[in-house]
Design a binder for this molecule. Sequence first.
Ligand code: ATP
Ligand code: MG
Length: 301
Amino acid sequence: MLDFLREEHVNEQIIKQIESFRRKYPSGQAGTGSRPRYMYYGREVWEQAAEALLCGENLLLAGSKATGKNVLAENLAALFGRPSYNVSFHINMDASFMIGTDTFRDGQVVFRPGPVYQCASLGGFCILDEINMARNEALAVLHSVLDFRRIISVPGYDTLSVHPAARFIATMNYGYAGTRELNEALASRFMIIQMPEITQENLEKLLRREFPDMKKDFVKQFAALFMDIEKKCRGGELTPRVLDLRGLLDALRLMHSGLSPLPALDMGITNKTFDSYEQSLVKDIIASRISGKTESRSIFI
Ligand SMILES: Nc1ncnc2c1ncn2[C@@H]1O[C@H](COP(=O)(O)OP(=O)(O)OP(=O)(O)O)[C@@H](O)[C@H]1O
Ligand SMILES: [Mg+2]
């Protein structure tokens, strides 16, 4: 992980501080710190996120779909060499799920810790995924965990102090049904990074890493295709529905297993909008980059 940051030209000062964090809090758990499946590309975001966590802050990664929020959160846990705990929020999430609850074992009432409690006691990195999907009342229990008090109080039990290496990284998507505003008191407890769309240069790196056998010209064309769509979204000609990096990567995987490029791109990108006029605009953009005659085996070596 540290080598990856060096390749990405992340500030050496920050890398040194991460190394000393890791020496201060050796994880002792097998597998922590190993290289994750995907790597996040974006030097500035890396630097801001790492610096905030080094200063003991909690992070909120806010942005539209497929901007790498979860990839970055997982990468950060691996980078700092801490075990990660994932809490996916939904409307029925409540305090007892996050913190823990009394349960019967061998005829006795015992406390069964939830992921937030476990993470706080072991010094993990807790990923509070899609935090704005939860009801605000359910999140109130996190207030004392996330501010200077760093404590968890469980009625009927001792108060737990949050381990000094523990950090909380929330992700938040907005703009589509089911998402809501985060309440002010909670937002105030995080340093917030507005996640940018990937740059062309970084997308080319990502494609080269994901598809080492893709021909150079096609790496450029597919990255440029994504940028064309992004530009049109910014200009208001297309809706954000069709700006979907996850969809592009899925389409490329289908091409890799042999499906023709155009149907694959339709499934991954064009059909994400249900508006036929918008679909035709997207098809035109694709046609200007990838000829209808292109076969999937000509894309890869
Ligand atoms: N800057 C980036 N660097 C590396 N990968 C990226 C980047 N942006 C997006 N991706 C890719 O996009 C895909 C989706 O990433 P991820 O699941 O982290 O997105 P997300 O922001 O959590 O999306 P959602 O809001 O839909 O949950 C992954 O394949 C990831 O590799
Ligand atoms: Mg996500």
